[in-house]
Design a protein around this ligand. Structure first.
Ligand code: FMN
Length: 306
């Protein structure tokens, strides 16, 4: 029997299938090698990298919630130099696309990251996390203002030869405006959503459950919101959309593809079932075969309304 065709194209990149793993939930891929045949995945998005290493927030920094979790890791990471010297050798050999997620406090930091990573072999693209506060603009997150989102996208695109995917924050009034800004700035694609701001309280101690008080909500609890935003953004921009938010099963992934996503990223589900991403690849293959489709790309944007 012929293998189902799961290939999808984002900008200049062809992915063997639309299943990627979300930044911060899959480490630097090696951590998941005992569970997943990494080369079966469409790609991995590695933990967000900043110029200097970051220690992150003090514990407790993870709390379970109904249908999801709150995290306030605070973007802990090894920093650019150690990422290149300690992680890239392994990542070059995993047999799938490696997307590097980057974060910064200023335009200059994003530019430097983009430039330095362009010189590193084995990276397929950059995913730009614009949820971080711009220290120079008084801490307003880059991703909450269309003009700032456009400016950071433009700065990154001007300093890299790699395809640029900009990752949108859902903590905004109208995500389509941010997506349009990012498209105008030259991004090859957008990915969404990052976590939603939330909090949890311990009623015995009357204290917040997270040391940081607030954190990012992820997991199945956010899926309907993510799906709605992906659907809205897919209609608002011409560049491809990558869907993220609570994707745990093949059916979840199919919902995002039908809503207009060209690919998806699996996040919190990796903590619950470390094989989730591979199982979704297998499930999409079965779906294509059982429905006698020419390929998974037939599903993209296939939502029927009215
Ligand atoms: C523990 C944890 C760490 C994360 N770290 C990052 C990060 O470094 N950069 C980033 O862009 N998103 C990060 N995210 C957000 C996820 O990539 C994803 O956008 C979000 O969790 C929603 O997807 P999910 O519901 O499938 O987890 C993190 C999420 C979690 C749960």
């Amino acid at each position: 029997m012929n293998q189902p065709d799961l290939r999808v194209t984002i900008g200049d990149l062809v992915f063997k299938n639309p299943v990627l793993t979300a930044s911060g939930t899959f480490g630097y891929a090696k951590e998941f090698a005992p569970f997943v045949n990494l080369h079966h995945l469409g790609g991995v998005v590695v933990k967000g990298i900043s110029l200097a290493p970051r220690r992150g927030n003090p514990p407790p920094r993870i709390v379970e919630t109904a249908g999801g979790m709150l995290n306030a890791i605070g973007l802990e990471n090894v920093g650019l130099d150690r990422f290149i010297s300690e992680k890239m050798d392994y990542l070059r050999g995993i047999g799938t696309r490696v997307i590097v997620n980057i974060l910064g406090d200023s335009l200059e930091e994003y530019q430097t990251l983009a430039q330095r990573l362009s010189e590193v072999e084995g990276i397929s693209g950059l995913e730009v996390n614009i949820s971080c506060p711009n220290v120079k603009k008084g801490g307003v997150a880059f991703g909450t203002d269309p003009a700032m989102a456009e400016a950071v996208t433009r700065a990154v695109c001007a300093h890299t030869t790699l395809p640029v995917i900009v990752k949108l924050s859902p903590n905004v009034t109208d995500i389509t405006q941010i997506a349009r800004g990012v498209e105008a700035g030259g991004a090859q694609a957008v990915s969404l959503i990052n976590t939603l701001l939330g909090m949890a309280i311990d009623v015995k101690s009357r204290r917040p459950k997270l040391a940081n008080i607030v954190g990012g909500l992820s997991g199945p609890a956010i899926k309907p919101i993510a799906l709605r935003m992906v659907w809205q953004v897919a209609q608002a921009v011409k560049i491809p959309v990558i869907g993220i938010g609570g994707i745990t099963t093949t059916e979840d992934a199919l919902e995002f593809l039908l809503a207009g996503a060209t690919a998806i990223e699996v996040g919190t589900a990796n903590f619950i079932n470390p094989r989730a991403s591979q199982e979704i690849v297998e499930g999409l293959g079965r779906y294509v075969t059982e429905n006698k489709l020419s390929g998974i790309s037939e599903v993209i944007g296939g939502l029927i309304v009215g």
